[in-house]
Write a protein that binds this ligand. Structure first.
Ligand code: PLP
Length: 408
């Protein structure tokens, strides 16, 4: 198994770190940091405005990333790529710029119960504002002629399940050819190939920081015809064509939705993250992560006292694994993650992972402990996780017996 840790400087200062929280955010490779530092040190001018060399260089670098991202996700052309602050900002933009202007009282929105709050709450709030019907589905999507919008994740950030988006969209369009489909790709883009044209979705949202890029930047793919149906909701410099004291007109294309100074250094860093993924190759990433995911699931099942929410080993899932225990003597997910972090330097996530309705549906209201995999992980990270789980179980049993000194 190839060792990718050396590409990530964080391990130089923290060599015993076992980072299993890539679903929350990924670590950053040196090449991304170098590219951003180059911008900040050598040409940190504003874009689209200056007629001097470093501003022109910044504009060129920024716009090249639009082209790079378009190719990376198979968009037909770069004008379909809008830079945002992240997945959450992208989905809120669809709700406000498209939903607010194209849905009317009585229209139905369908979301799945497995959505991250970022792909749930914006629809819930839009439905309240506009008196729309919001239907939350568990198994069958049950699209009707009245379903005007479907919001669904490509990969669940709790279960790791990969949804067959192409098939879902095809079936939905047989019922309502004009249905607008919004895909939350936050957990997909760094771990599997994505082609938005092939999926035939209307919108596709993702974050830079979950794909080895910086925080503060994300992408909204908006299919050309849908983009024409959007109205800007964020006003200011850069997004206008002409402004008079009475009225304003808007720029064409994605700039219309990028008011103000965008996160220039972060967009440039995102471009380096795309290069990083392309250089390793999606096939290699998938093979590496599949081997580790299978090993992680096997190790958990061998240990035995802990259950996995959703799918076990399967081709239909990625490396996001949420665990829980029915045993009341075992601690909570927060206890587990606290002990794993402090005693073993294993980083996992505890709680609801911003998906409370899903945890409620599974009857695990207190939350789960989530381990998630990135390209830098190896089998040793997983062995340490299992060691930590066994240690934690011993502690909880001792606490139960009154032997409190064991804790800590
Ligand atoms: C499936 C999914 N959607 C949306 C988000 C929100 O992403 P961000 O916080 O980068 O906006 C996340 C982050 O955890 C996620 O996993």
């Amino acid at each position: 198994m190839k060792n990718y840790k050396k590409l990530f400087p964080i391990f130089k200062n923290n060599p015993t770190l076992h980072y299993l929280d890539s679903a929350a955010t990924s670590l950053k490779p040196q090449v991304v940091l170098d590219k951003m530092m180059d911008y900040y040190q050598n040409y940190s001018a504003n874009i689209h405005r200056g007629l001097y060399p470093i501003s022109e260089k910044a504009t060129t670098e920024y716009e090249q990333v639009r082209n790079k991202v378009a190719k990376f996700i198979g968009a037909k052309f770069e004008g379909e790529i809008i830079f945002t602050g992240g997945t959450t900002a992208s989905i809120n933009m669809v709700a406000r710029s498209w939903g607010e202007n194209n849905l009317v009282k009585g229209d139905e929105i369908v979301v799945t119960v497995a959505e991250h709050h970022s792909n749930f709450v914006p629809w819930q709030q839009l439905a309240k504002r506009k008196s729309l019907k919001l239907r939350v589905t568990s198994y069958e999507l049950e699209i009707t002629k009245n379903t005007k919008l479907l919001a669904i994740n490509h990969v669940s950030n709790v279960l790791g399940t990969v949804n067959n988006i192409k098939e879902i969209i095809k079936k939905a369009r047989e019922i309502n050819p004009n249905i607008c489909v919004v895909v939350d790709g936050a957990q997909a883009v760094a771990h599997m190939p994505v082609n938005v044209t092939d999926l035939d979705c209307d919108f596709y949202a993702f974050s830079g920081h979950k794909m080895y890029g910086p925080t503060g930047v994300g992408v909204l793919y908006a299919k050309a015809n849908r983009q024409l149906e959007m109205k800007p909701d964020n006003f200011g410099g850069g997004m206008i064509k002409e402004v008079t004291t009475e009225t304003s007109t808007w720029a064409e294309g994605p700039e219309k939705f990028e008011a103000g100074t965008p996160p220039i250094g972060e967009v440039i860093g995102l471009g380096a993250a795309v290069d990083f993924i392309n250089e390793i190759g999606m096939k290699n990433i998938m093979a590496h992560e599949k081997e580790l995911t299978d090993y992680l699931i096997e190790s958990i099942l061998k240990y035995g006292r802990i259950k996995i929410l959703g799918l076990g080993i399967s081709d239909n899932r990625l490396g996001v694994v949420s665990m829980y225990s029915d045993d009341k003597q075992m601690g909570t997910s927060h206890d587990f993650s606290d002990i794993l972090g402090r005693k073993f330097n294993v980083a996992v996530r505890a709680g609801h992972h911003c998906a409370m309705p899903l945890h409620t549906k599974f009857g695990v209201e207190t939350g789960t402990t989530r381990a998630s995999i990135g390209i830098y992980n190896d089998k040793n990270d997983i062995d340490e996780l299992i060691k930590g789980l066994i240690y934690a179980k011993d502690i909880f049993n001792c606490i139960e017996e009154g032997d409190k000194k064991f804790y800590g």
